[in-house]
Design a protein around this ligand. Structure first.
Ligand code: ADP
Length: 260
């Protein structure tokens, strides 16, 4: 695309990556990794070559959601990602650390550089959609990461407990600064659907997400409920088995922009 970001880093010569989608949030714990994982699973089901670059270096939760226990070993050619059960290509700092529980205490520039290397040194192969689980927030680290990857569009994940209007404002500003389109807003933990009475309960009150989205001229592309079977699938490393239609609209949005 037509990018204004000063981006000179080339991917590995054996990587051909068509679209890079960044997933961002205001803080940790709102479900950014969950949305990243589910998006990748959905696009893989549509038949696309799909990859996840886990740029959330200090809170890498992608390998666990996919139940990946192997480590990525450097080869003479470079570093290969690990393939999930359904063939989603994944790179995360946890695939390189000896122990998953080792804390990463690096400072911003080192984190940004690691993410840049995930782009330049990993042999991704042919990828139609790469989803990037961004570091949370809109501070220095996510900003630098954004500047080191050619992101085609971002998905903003919020939850109703947050100061949504402020978070959306910051994320939209960050995206505009870098000339990256906002694909849409995902509200996670939006409601709870009671399995006994089928009613939707808005535990945090009805959200103002539509209003906020309208204010910034962006779309609410999904509302995801709090779902214990989703959390369970994630916990067991079986996210690929989880069936839902919550993200169908955003999948269609991505496919439409492909054809446009
Ligand atoms: P983030 O990437 O924003 O830090 P995660 O995606 O890691 O957040 O989610 C935080 C925790 O909340 C995880 O344990 C995850 O399984 C759980 N979680 C996220 N979204 C949902 C949901 N819609 N329903 C149930 N649990 C969820």
């Amino acid at each position: 695309g037509d990018r204004k970001v000063d981006f000179s880093e080339q991917p590995h010569e054996l990587s051909r990556i068509k679209k890079v989608i960044g997933v961002v949030s205001g803080k940790g714990g709102v479900g950014k990794s969950m949305v990243t994982s589910l998006m990748a699973v959905s696009m893989k089901r549509q038949g696309y070559n799909t990859a996840i670059l886990d740029a959330d270096i200090t809170g890498p939760s992608i390998p666990k959601a996919f139940g990946i226990k192997e480590k990525a070993m450097p080869t003479e050619l470079g570093l290969f990602p690990i393939s999930s059960k359904t063939g989603i290509e994944i790179m995360s700092i946890n695939l390189l650390l000896e122990h998953d529980t080792d804390p990463v205490v690096w400072r911003g520039p080192v984190i940004a550089n690691t993410v840049k290397q995930f782009w330049t040194d990993v042999i991704w192969g042919d990828v139609d959609y790469m989803f990037v689980d961004m570091p949370p927030g809109t501070g220095d680290v996510p900003l630098t990461v954004f500047q080191s990857l050619p992101v085609d569009g971002i998905i903003i994940v919020t939850s109703p407990q947050e100061l949504v209007s402020m978070i959306v404002a910051k994320a939209v500003k960050m995206a505009r600064m870098m000339n990256i389109p906002v694909i849409g807003l995902v509200e996670n933990m939006s409601y709870f659907e009671c399995p006994d009475c089928d009613k939707k309960h808005y535990l945090f009150g009805e959200s103002r997400i539509e209003e906020v989205a309208k204010q910034y001229g962006i779309d609410v592309v999904a509302k995801m409920p709090i779902d214990s079977s989703l959390a369970g699938a994630c916990d067991k490393g079986l996210i690929e088995l989880f069936e839902n239609n919550w993200l169908d609209h955003i999948v269609q949005t991505l496919e439409k922009s492909e054809k446009a």
